[in-house]
Design a protein around this ligand. Sequence first.
Ligand SMILES: Cc1cc2nc3c(=O)[nH]c(=O)nc-3n(C[C@H](O)[C@H](O)[C@H](O)COP(=O)(O)OP(=O)(O)OC[C@H]3O[C@@H](n4cnc5c(N)ncnc54)[C@H](O)[C@@H]3O)c2cc1C
Ligand code: FES
Length: 278
Amino acid sequence: MNNNFIPSPAKICEIIHENEQISTFRLKLINTSIPFSFLPGQFLMLSVPHCGEAAISISSSPTALPIIDLSIRKAGTLTNAMHMMKAGNQVGIRGPYGNPFPMKNFVNRDLLFVAGGIGLAPLKSVIDYCLFHSNSVHDAAQSITLLYGSRSPSDIAFQSVTSNWQEQGVNCRLTVDEADTDWQGNVGLVTDLLPRHNVTDNTTALVCGPPVMIRFIIAQLSAMGCQDEAIFTTLERHMKCGVGTCGHCHLDGKMVCMDGPVFSLSQLKTMDVMELAQ
Ligand SMILES: Cc1cc2nc3c(=O)[nH]c(=O)nc-3n(C[C@H](O)[C@H](O)[C@H](O)COP(=O)(O)OP(=O)(O)OC[C@H]3O[C@@H](n4cnc5c(N)ncnc54)[C@H](O)[C@@H]3O)c2cc1C
Ligand code: FES
């Protein structure tokens, strides 16, 4: 796609209601002659007329192109406006931006995904990509485990997606902070699930969710013996340009939009990252 600041129009083909706060917007570029490719972990700048722009991770896999999914939680001006949209409406997108997850490093690894709430969106792209390549000798992960935490059963997003992953061999473990009378699954924080899982020299962990969750999970993973270079997370900073020029996402000498949003723990340890401070 053109990499200037002019957004390309995209049509909302379908809206998947994930829960009260989150919907997935299935988009297609209107001008199909514009070349567009990306890797899991990259994000788009999404624009809605009169509402400005916001950074949103691509939650579908590149293998699903020309479909581009954006899973969006109501947070403010633009995201609330998105939730008023209907199938057939148009939005603007520019990008993709940012460093993706190093997908080549995940071949033959035991992948452990730990997510909270909307944090599953960028990881979903990685899981779908890995499952697409699961029969390939050169690209397949050894195993995939997902630990996913939500506040309550009605807050669980991506329910049909996780059921589908389970059928494809992903070891999915869901937990809720507070159960209702119908909930049969685990109750407790996602940090309670982690110690029940093996971490070995072959584990690569990908963590995304609220900053406090990321902080505790990373500390647990380290204590369980996971290597710094095998722990990855994505950082959120308020973004304006997405291309390293406005300085809004500056963090200890790095621009999160260009140097991230994906970082390994080894990289984070060289930076002053407040929310991950012990
Ligand atoms: C790389 C990246 C990927 C993301 N991916 C997703 C995703 O997949 N799905 C998703 O739902 N969200 C995602 N986000 C978060 C999303 O970009 C923000 O929530 C965005 O602010 C929403 O825009 P808005 O106009 O709806 O909300 P805003 O009106 O921007 O308000 C949202 C919150 O940000 C605060 N805020 C507003 N302006 C500033 C400022 N200048 N500095 C600091 N805080 C401010 C507000 O007080 C409010 O609490 C991502 C963010 C990043 C950086
Ligand atoms: S968003 Fe402008 S420098 Fe990163």
